[in-house]
Ligand binder design. Structure first.
Ligand code: ATP
Ligand code: MG
Length: 331
């Protein structure tokens, strides 16, 4: 599979002036400013395959937005390098802009005083999208995101959730292969969140877009991402599939099965132990470090035994990631 986003040893340092407290402090700062260095991103290396959705996770201040700003060409790295669809973003900003769409949930890319529809028309002209294509794409977005109810409203009058939906559509109007989403579902209600997730899934699965997403919402990660990269204090501390992370940090799960025939002899399966058996009720659990994920275990159990009912229990991703954060020293 081809690589779409490639990040090698990427670092970004900020130099700031420390303000001393009080009037005397302010005067001293003026005469003799004290400088501080902030390593927002340090030596980060990862890649994203074409058509993959990767979640970039980490606590507040970890360096996620700074990383995305370098990949969208807004910031230049202090050292290291990055390529997005073959382009070095901070060296060829305009060329990069044609290949990417970006949404920063915290602020809009749309024109504050214009109705949404006019913003879309301006973007169509900027990116020289043929009219028929533009109309077809808007319709596709409207079908999932329900934009037409408010696209004649000025951006400044939209609610947060409406505005971010418009931003999402705006970011994809020129059909970019790569999409950066920095907290795209911030402030959305549960129904709209689900709409946006469906939209993103559609964009990845049907349109083959590559997506790099940041979020603090683990349900979102669970629904959308197969792989996550975790950063903390600017450093990459974990890169793996959700399955690998679950196996490493959340190995507790149970498969509770009801056997069709209570007299069936039940035995352990590879990596799966029989924890309890009470007549037709059998509880399976992980056995050893190579235990399968709960979903693989479920598959093995129902392939091996005839069951009339089955249920699973697993640590939710929030717990698993909390453990991962703690073990990675992130909290
Ligand atoms: N322009 C800047 N000047 C100085 N420091 C900055 C600047 N931009 C970011 N930082 C610092 O760099 C660090 C990383 O910030 P960043 O915004 O990338 O974090 P984040 O992972 O996106 O966090 P959050 O989850 O809160 O959005 C923070 O400590 C922040 O204060
Ligand atoms: Mg951020």
């Amino acid at each position: 599979m081809s690589v779409s986003i490639e990040v090698r040893g990427l670092s970004r340092t900020f130099h700031t002036t420390v303000r001393r407290p009080g009037l005397a402090g302010a005067l001293r700062s003026l005469v003799n400013p004290e400088r501080a260095v902030k390593h927002a991103v340090s030596d980060v290396t990862f890649s994203v395959a074409a058509g993959e959705l990767l979640a970039l996770l980490g606590p507040n201040g970890a360096g996620k937005s700074t990383t995305i700003k370098m990949l969208t060409g807004i910031l230049t790295p202090t050292s290291g390098e990055a390529r997005v669809a073959g382009v070095v973003p901070y060296r060829e900003r305009e060329r990069n802009a044609r290949n990417i769409g970006a949404v920063f949930g915290q602020r809009t890319q749309l024109w504050w005083d214009l109705p949404v529809r006019e913003s879309f028309a301006i973007l169509r002209d900027i990116y020289e999208v043929p009219k028929a294509e533009h109309t077809a794409r808007l319709k596709e977005f409207d079908d999932i995101l329900d934009l037409s109810a408010f696209w004649d409203t000025r951006v400044r009058h939209l609610s947060l959730g409406q505005r971010v939906r418009c931003d999402l559509a705006a970011a994809l109007l020129h059909d970019p292969p790569v999409v950066f989403l920095d907290e795209p579902t911030i402030g959305m209600d549960v129904v709209v969140k689900e709409q946006v997730r469906e939209f993103l899934r559609h964009q990845v699965e049907e349109r083959g877009r590559t997506v790099l997403l940041t979020t603090h919402d683990m349900t979102e990660v669970e629904r959308l991402a197969e792989r996550v990269v975790l950063i903390n204090h600017g450093r990459l501390v974990l890169d793996g599939t959700l399955d690998e992370i679950r196996r490493k940090f959340g190995s507790t799960w149970q498969v509770r099965a009801t056997l069709a025939d209570a007299h069936t002899e039940v035995a352990a399966l590879p990596g799966i132990a029989v924890l309890r058996q009470d007549g037709p009720q059998v509880v399976f659990g992980p056995d050893g470090p190579d235990a399968p994920t709960v979903h693989q275990a479920l598959k093995q159990v129902i392939e091996r035994y005839e069951v009339s009912g089955v249920a699973i229990d697993e640590a939710d991703l929030e717990d698993v990631m909390r453990t991962a954060y703690v073990q990675a020293g992130a909290v």
